[in-house]
Ligand binder design. Structure first.
Ligand SMILES: Nc1ncnc2c1ncn2[C@@H]1O[C@H](COP(=O)(O)OP(=O)(O)O)[C@@H](O)[C@H]1O
Ligand SMILES: NC(=O)c1ccc[n+]([C@@H]2O[C@H](COP(=O)(O)O)[C@@H](O)[C@H]2O)c1
Ligand SMILES: [Mg+2]
Length: 237
């Protein structure tokens, strides 16, 4: 059984923190970080990042990321999770060797069409504008934010891509990034474990006809089906 789980959402929502905790807790689990796919060589990081009409280097647009390369990496995991795990130093646990999880982590996970249908579960962390701006001001990126970047580029691009995602009907499970790290971790871990249980039950032989039918809407999680719909969460601007 293979499960691809997206940990997406707003910058500074807590994606990397949550992903690191899940990675430690889940067996046979690998990770791919979207920001490893910036079209920006280490020593000339800005050359391939265009300046946009907003006057800023376009760090927060999809075109600044090599999404084809990210998709190739996901395909490599799909074709052999065991081989991928070994190559990335992840030990495969023999007692759970039929189950493999891939975490995809990043701020634009659900805007690249070839990837969208591959997820078994799509999480989306949100925090209000003021909290996001404050957390961002405390971060040290490899390329420091120039003055005005957050209001002039980062937040408008977040709003734009999120609106597009919602308009396209991409179904995500919203997570409130204002909850504690521990609460978020427990909530998502439990949900992933439930998905795994549902998947393994679906792989059992079909129940006898007298058994009541499984309720609709909980059959997510395996076979790269769509995540269950979640109520849209208002975005504090
Ligand atoms: N649940 C949380 N509550 C408060 N602060 C958090 C939480 N999760 C992460 N942080 C902090 O917010 C900042 C951004 O976290 P990070 O995981 O790097 O976010 P992202 O990868 O979404 O940009 C870091 O300083 C981190 O310690
Ligand atoms: N990783 C890099 O090379 C790099 C450089 C400049 C800005 N960023 C910022 O990283 C953000 C995405 O990462 P987080 O979601 O972890 O904040 C984007 O908002 C982008 O502005 C990343
Ligand atoms: Mg991050």
């Amino acid at each position: 059984m293979k499960l691809i789980v997206g940990i997406g959402g707003v910058t500074n929502g807590g994606k990397t923190t949550l992903t690191d905790s899940l990675l430690r807790a889940l067996a046979n689990c690998c990770v791919i970080h979207q920001d490893d796919f910036y079209k920006a060589p280490l020593f000339q990081p800005q050359d391939q990042i265009a300046v946009g009409e907003d006057g800023f280097k376009q760090w927060d647009v999809l075109e600044s990321l090599d999404m084809a390369a990210m998709l190739d990496t996901v395909q490599a995991w799909l074709s052999s999770p065991q081989k991928f795990a070994r190559a990335h130093g992840v030990g495969v646990q023999p007692e759970a060797s039929d189950t493999h999880i891939l975490l995809l982590e990043g701020f634009l996970l659900y805007s690249y069409k070839p990837l969208v249908d591959l997820y078994s579960r799509r999480y989306f962390l949100t925090i209000p504008y003021e909290e996001c701006k404050w957390r961002r001001s405390t971060r040290n990126y490899t390329v420091p934010d120039p003055p005005g970047l957050f209001d002039g580029h980062v937040w408008p691009m977040y709003r734009k891509y999120r609106q597009e995602m919602e308009a396209n009907g991409v179904e995500v499970v919203y997570l409130d990034g204002m909850k504690s790290r521990e609460e978020l971790f427990r909530e998502v871990l439990e949900d992933i474990q439930n998905s795994l249980l549902n998947c393994s039950q679906e792989e059992l032989p079909a129940p006898a006809p007298a058994c009541p039918a499984r309720p609709q809407g909980r059959g997510h999680g395996c076979g790269h089906r769509t995540a269950r719909p979640a109520a849209s969460q208002p975005d504090t601007v």
